[in-house]
Structure formats: C-alpha cells, structure tokens
Design a protein around this ligand. Structure first.
Ligand code: NAD
Length: 505
C-alpha cells in the first residue's frame, strides 16, 4: 500500500452493546484532524478480539515518514496553542470529560471488544481515564508558579512552559487509561502530543481523538501514529520531539529510555512488574481473600499492579484455603476476560507446566478454561509450594496466576521480595500497624498497599514504580506529570536602583 489518502473526520461510533462479536473501522493515523493512511509502504495487521480470537478491525502500521508528518502538524499548531491561557486549555479538558461521560457505554464496549477485558472492567478503565482528565481540569488551580522578593528590590518568579511537540507510547493492557495518564498534563501544559498506541489495541484512542476535536482542541495539537517498533524508534529519533513518555515491558522501556535520552530528550519510561503480597497470620480472612483474588484475577492478571507472588508467612493455611475457594468460583467469560493473544495463552500455560514439572503444587488449574471457542482463555490458577528458583517466582507472567511461596518469617518474605529487580507494587495484609509500617519501610517498591492488593495511587497522587519498573525521574501522573511535560522558566527582575544594596541588589 502506498497511498496516503485522507478522509474528512466522521464520527465513528461503535455500535455493539454486548459481548457479541462486532467489527469496527480500520485503524489509521490521525493527523491534522483527518484520518489518513501511512505515507510509505506499510503492513496491515489484524486487531483481534481476544474473546473470540477473531479480527475486529485492521491497523495500518506507519513509519518514520508518518512521525514526521505528525511532528510537522504539531510544530505548526503548538505555537498558537501554547499561547492560549492555561484556563482556556483546561476548558478543553472540561469538555472532553463531559463527552467521555456522555459516551461512557460506547467507549467501554469498544475497549472491551478490542482488549478483551469484561465490560465492568472496561467501564472502570474509562472512568479512571475520566479521573485523569479531571486532574487536567484542575491544573489552572495548581500550576501557578511561585514569586518571592529574594533580595531587596529583586523578585524571582517561576513559570511552567510548554516543551513543544511531545509523544507517548502505550501498551495493550489499558488502551484508554494509560494514554490519559499523559494527555491531560501534556496538553494543558501547552504541548502538541503524538500518541503511538499499542498496535494490538489501536481503536479506543481513535474515539478519543474525535472527542478531543469535538471538545475544541485545535487542529494539529493531537495526532495518532499507528505502528510498532519503526514508529517508536522514529519518535525517539525525531529532532522536533522534545519529550517522550513510555509505558510497557521492561525490555522495551529500557531500549526506549536509552534511545530517547541519547537524542537529548526528556524520557520517562515505566516498565514491567513482579508484585508481591505478604500475608501474615493476623490478617483479616475475609478482607484478605477477597482482595488477593481480585488482585491476581482482575483484567485477567494483565495489570502491572496485579498480585503475582503471595509470600505466605507462617501458618496462613486458612487464608490460602479461602483464596482458593473464592478463586474457584470465578467463571471465565463472565467474571474473567481472556488473555491478549494465543502467544500469551501459550506463554502463561508454559509457566504453569514448568512449575508443575519443578515440583510445585497446582492448587487451582486454569489451563483447560475454554469459555468461548477460539478465544484465549486461562482460568484463575494458584500454584503452591513455589520455590525461589522457579520461573513463576521471579518472572513477569502477566496472566491470572498466583504463585505462593511459604516462608517462616517476615524477614525472609522481605528478603525474597527485595531480590526481585522490579519495584512497582507491594502489599502487606495484616491487622497490625507495626507490621505494616515495618514492611513498608523495608520493601523496594514505589507503590505500597496495606490490605489493598492493587495499590494504585489515585489522582492527585503520582503513579510510578522503582528500579526495573521505571526508567527516568518522577511519576507519570499527578503533579509530577505536569512537571515532566513542562519546563520551568525562572525570571529575576529589579525595577529600581537600590541604595541599601547587597550583592544581588
Ligand atoms: P510492550 O513493551 O510489548 O509494548 C509497549 C509499546 O512498545 C507498544 O506500543 C509497542 O508497539 C512498543 N514496542 C514493542 N516492542 C518494541 C520494540 N522492540 N521497540 C520499540 N517499541 C516496541 O508491552 P505490552 O505487551 O503492550 O504491555 C504489557 C507490559 O507493559 C507488561 O510488562 C506490563 O507490566 C507493562 N505495563 C507497565 C505499566 C506501568 O505503569 N509500569 C502499566 C501498564 C503495563
């Protein structure tokens, strides 16, 4: 394909209102408020609905030429946009919020179909995205810089200014929420933004592009370039792009961070995870069992905050029994969505096979789940008596699988947890404030939970892990996000000669 045809913007609502299979428009690039084909010869790939393993749409993968077109559109638009008063830029977010609320059901069904997560989880994701937009609405009240008389007659002030054209690269597991971790702060900060969504879930953000236009965002300020590695590398290399946000696996986060930094760009790259839950005998049984199961099975375990290893300290058999009993009641297809692809299904099932071969006990086995023919199903799986050398103990599985390691002491639990190179989330289940504080003070994790298995810091707190879960400085969301997507100008001024001068006057 060589064409670079454009079509006028038309709303492309997604009509399905149930899990029944439905198709959608081909995903294309969004540049200058038009849907357009890639400039150069490019491949087209299927977007699969994982529930059925069937193609819902196609996506045309772009190249560096498309990144260049989007960057030029952004450059042409950003000068005027960055001069809008911040309050006016935030008003676009107000309108986007209203449009997202009005279209909540449609957005949620589209997301559910392209990603596979069940409708209630898809809706929760869109709602979390709306919360991020609301944070963008609040920025005019937060982003006032400081001013101080630093010396007699000399004032210093700071302003936050746009970087110019910036870009975001996002993963398959949260097609709407993760782009919205970046967009509100970057846009209210006065930048033009190029999004490269995961080529596996390119559809939800197509609707977001149209809603942003409806919300009054000027032409050229927001672009989407569909693609894979070629587009990512072009975003890292393009001289007009000043900052890059990335969310995805650790392997790619490291590559993107190194490449973008080498080009002198500001980069913040969130990577993968291996999250530990520590359970001690005094933990509340009902709260813990409900919470642990929700953490490892929610979104089919495809969350960077999902529980992966349960460190069972001492005699917590009653809690493990409760976790097993509760997880066994989950019905794939109804309470649990599929995993993302056949390759993901095979990989997860391979991890379970390897643990079984190595002598672990399969307490609950999801390998034979088959909720809908053709889909990529793995039911909730619990592996007990896991030892630290087994791959399920230390590699990111990214499926609804909980590995249980039995340990005699809290100290041993913390030691195992801290041997992991990752540092995203960690949770402690206990009724003791003292134990909770000791654990939180010792674990290598940026986001900690007390009796909460998915300790996502909600707005206005910033989302971001430590160690191999984050390359770059600061958090992706909240106030850190605004600081990441803006630069500070410091202005020092004096308006009259000072007679009682000191060195600065
Ligand atoms: P991924 O790393 O495969 O893909 C992420 C993005 O990088 C996609 O847009 C993809 O097109 C691009 N990409 C893939 N391979 C590339 C390469 N070789 N060079 C350049 N770009 C490349 O991740 P995924 O499978 O889409 O998402 C799952 C991963 O993301 C998990 O590891 C999960 O833990 C992680 N994740 C982390 C967070 C966090 O906040 N830390 C949040 C969500 C997901």
């Amino acid at each position: 394909m060589t064409a670079s045809a454009t079509t006028a913007t038309t709303a492309t609502p997604f009509s399905a209102k149930s899990d029944d299979f439905a198709t959608y428009s081909t995903a294309r690039n969004w540049i200058n408020d038009q849907w357009c084909d890639p400039v150069a010869a490019s491949s087209t790939q299927d977007v699969l609905n994982p529930r059925f393993g069937k193609s819902i749409a196609q996506v045309r993968l772009g190249s560096s030429a498309d990144v260049d077109r989007a960057a030029k559109a952004g450059e042409a638009a950003v000068g005027a946009w960055s001069k809008w008063p911040i309050r006016d830029r935030a008003h676009v977010m107000y309108r986007l919020r209203e449009l997202m609320v009005a279209n909540l059901e449609e957005l949620s069904w589209l997301l559910s179909h392209e990603n596979g997560k069940i409708f209630s989880e898809a809706k929760a994701e869109v709602e979390k995205g709306i919360e991020c937009v609301e944070y963008g609405c609040s920025l005019p009240n937060l982003a006032a810089g400081g001013q101080l008389e630093v010396s007699r007659g000399v004032a210093c002030e700071v302003t936050f200014e746009a970087l110019g054209v910036v870009a975001g690269i996002t993963p398959f597991n949260f097609p709407m929420m993760v782009p919205l971790w970046m967009l509100p702060q970057a846009l209210v900060g006065g930048n033009a933004f190029i999004l490269k969504p995961s080529e596996r879930v390119p559809l939800s953000t197509m609707r977001l592009a149209e809603l942003l236009k409806q919300a009054g965002l000027p032409t050229g300020v927001f672009s989407i370039v569909q693609g894979g590695r070629d587009v990512v590398e072009a975003l890292c290399d393009h001289p007009s792009i000043k900052a890059l946000g990335f969310v995805g696996s650790t392997k790619v986060a490291k590559l993107v961070y190194a490449r973008a930094s080498a080009e002198g760009k500001r980069a913040l790259c969130l990577g993968g995870a291996k999250n530990h839950l520590i359970v001690v005998p005094d933990a509340d049984v009902e709260l813990t069992t409900e919470n642990v199961v929700a953490s490892f099975t929610g979104c089919a375990g495809q969350r960077c905050m999902a529980a992966s290893v349960l460190l069972a300290v001492g005699d917590v058999h009653h809690i493990v029994d409760g976790v097993r009993a509760r997880a066994a009641k989950i019905t794939p297809g109804k309470d649990l969505g599929p995993v993302s692809s056949q390759a993901a299904r095979d990989r997860i099932s391979g991890y379970i096979d390897a643990a079984e071969r190595a002598g672990a006990t399969i307490l609950l086995d999801g390998r034979r789940a088959n909720a809908v023919a053709g889909g990529y199903w793995i039911g909730p799986t619990i592996i007990d008596n896991v030892t630290t050398e087994m791959s399920v103990a230390h590699e990111e599985i990214f499926g609804p699988v909980l590995s249980i390691i039995r340990v005699p002491t809290l100290e041993r639990a913390i030691e195992i947890e801290n041997a992991s190179p990752y540092g995203n989330a960690s949770s402690i289940y206990t009724s003791s404030g003292d134990i909770a504080r000791r654990v939180i003070a010792s674990v290598e994790a940026g986001m900690c939970g007390v009796n909460i298995g998915v300790p996502v810091p909600r707005e206005p707190f910033g989302f971001g892990g430590w160690n191999d879960s984050c390359f770059g400085h600061g958090n992706m969301t909240g106030w850190d996000g605004y600081r990441f997507w803006t630069r500070q100008r410091k202005i020092t001024s004096k308006w009259a000669l000072q007679h009682d001068r000191n060195w600065m006057s």
